[in-house]
Ligand binder design. Structure first.
Ligand SMILES: [Zn+2]
Length: 415
């Protein structure tokens, strides 16, 4: 693939051209088939982009186009020999041209946090407990591809995140239509594409690491589908980030959404936490998959039934209701099981079949209240692991027992 990366002012414009060996069909996150549907994308920043280190631009491009790039990636700036070697070793992609005289980018001093406005990124901030610039990815429209998901409200998400900024947090918003490259829409080529804002600005902002709110669900459990030993096979991206002086840091690698949500309550802006991307400024939509899980987790935490209003609103989304008509697997099945075991009277709602077939108990789902200790050594550096361990203690979060760990290690949504 050939990619042009024109920078002008606060903007980068990407133009994609396939090579003979490339294909419109690629594999996205968790191997999901994704199709390339257009040949351009833009990323708009709030500061002048200038001329970032070419390896940073190359990493941002790779994060976006890797699923469709078979063997070669040619960009319009010379990259360091070290980055080219890492890209080949990690992804099998020959990237060039190589500027033999270009040194690699040295690591910076600060960590930057990917900030969607949801409870996970707040929990990550609580666990690291250090000043970090926040990076928000704002989805915007594409001039040539229709918006097939008009329910997504990027403007509302941004407005909520701006409220956090107004309390003095350093916030950088990258506005991009890169999601429109893929079908089905909305899908990111890979979750690392969400980090392009931090990657491109890493030199300007002296970044030495990118922190995410990814938790045990994405890292060890394939979003509830099944366990991956040692955590997700992400070493290829870790090596690529390291080659540009950035560490990828997931402080919640051992925490479920249940524990993460509890930790996020220690965040000064917890009242602004929002997972739903389809609501209004006044509140979440109460009809989407994310709202379902959020409402279930809240009710479970209180041991309370879902309110009639919430049940009626969720039930009005027939597609959502239909996804629970059948036996497992269900999306985020572990969180569903946790909630169904704790919410009274759930058998009278559209979740009755799920409750009957999963038959979860409080005991066999309690592992989600605790941190999966192997994540500290497997997924975090010793320094970050020590920091996270100490903050877990401050927040009275416990580690999983060996019994809990064996549930995680055998987790499968289809058994
Ligand atoms: Zn919603």
């Amino acid at each position: 693939m050939r990619v042009s990366t024109r920078t002008s002012g606060q903007r980068i414009e990407l133009g994609l051209r396939l090579d003979l060996e490339d294909d419109l069909d690629g594999a996205g996150q968790q191997g999901m088939p994704i199709e390339l549907v257009t040949d351009s994308a833009t990323i708009q920043f709030e500061m002048k982009v200038g001329e970032p280190h070419p390896d940073l631009v190359a990493l941002a491009v790779l994060a976006i186009v890797a699923p469709w790039c078979r063997r070669r990636l040619t960009i319009d700036r010379g990259i360091s020999p070290e980055f080219a070697r890492t890209a080949f070793e990690s992804l099998g992609i020959q990237i060039g041209p190589i500027d033999e005289t270009l040194p690699s980018r040295p690591p910076g001093q600060r960590l930057g946090l990917m900030y969607s406005g949801g409870p996970d990124c707040m929990a990550a901030q609580v666990l690291l407990d250090m000043p970090m610039p926040l990076f928000h990815f704002r989805r915007v429209g594409h001039p040539r591809v229709p918006n097939r998901a008009t329910g997504l409200k990027g403007d509302v998400q941004e407005a909520i995140v701006r409220q956090v900024q107004s309390s003095g947090e350093e916030l950088h918003v990258a506005r991009s239509n890169l999601e429109y490259l893929c079908k089905p829409f909305p899908t990111f080529p890979h979750w690392v594409a969400l980090t392009v804002g931090a990657v491109v600005l890493a030199g300007h902002l002296d970044l030495g690491g990118v922190v995410t709110g990814r938790n045990i669900s994405g890292i060890y459990l394939g979003w509830g589908r099944g366990f991956t030993p040692g955590g997700e096979q992400e070493s290829q991206w870790e090596a690529l980030f390291a080659a540009v002086g950035l560490r990828l840091i997931h402080p919640l690698a051992g925490a479920s959404d249940i524990l993460s949500k509890r930790i996020s309550r220690g965040h000064p802006h917890y009242d602004l936490a929002r997972s739903c991307v389809a609501g209004t400024l006044e509140g979440p939509c109460l009809r989407c998959k994310k709202c379902l899980i959020t409402e279930l987790m809240s009710a479970a935490a209180q041991g309370a039934a879902l309110t009639d209003e919430v049940v009626a609103s969720l039930t009005s989304n027939h597609q959502l209701v239909r996804s629970f008509d059948h036996p497992p697997p269900y999306p985020n099945q572990h969180l569903l099981a946790y909630s169904l075991a704790r919410i009274p009277n759930i058998g009278s709602t559209f979740l009755a079949t799920a409750k009957e077939t999963l038959a979860p108990t409080v005991d066999n789902t309690a592992w989600m209240d605790r941190y999966y200790r192997p994540a500290l050594s497997q997924r975090l550096s010793p320094e970050i692991a020590a920091r996270v361990a100490s903050r877990l203690e401050d927040h009275h979060a416990h580690y999983m027992s060996s019994m809990d760990e064996s549930i995680v290690n055998r987790w499968s949504a289809t058994d």
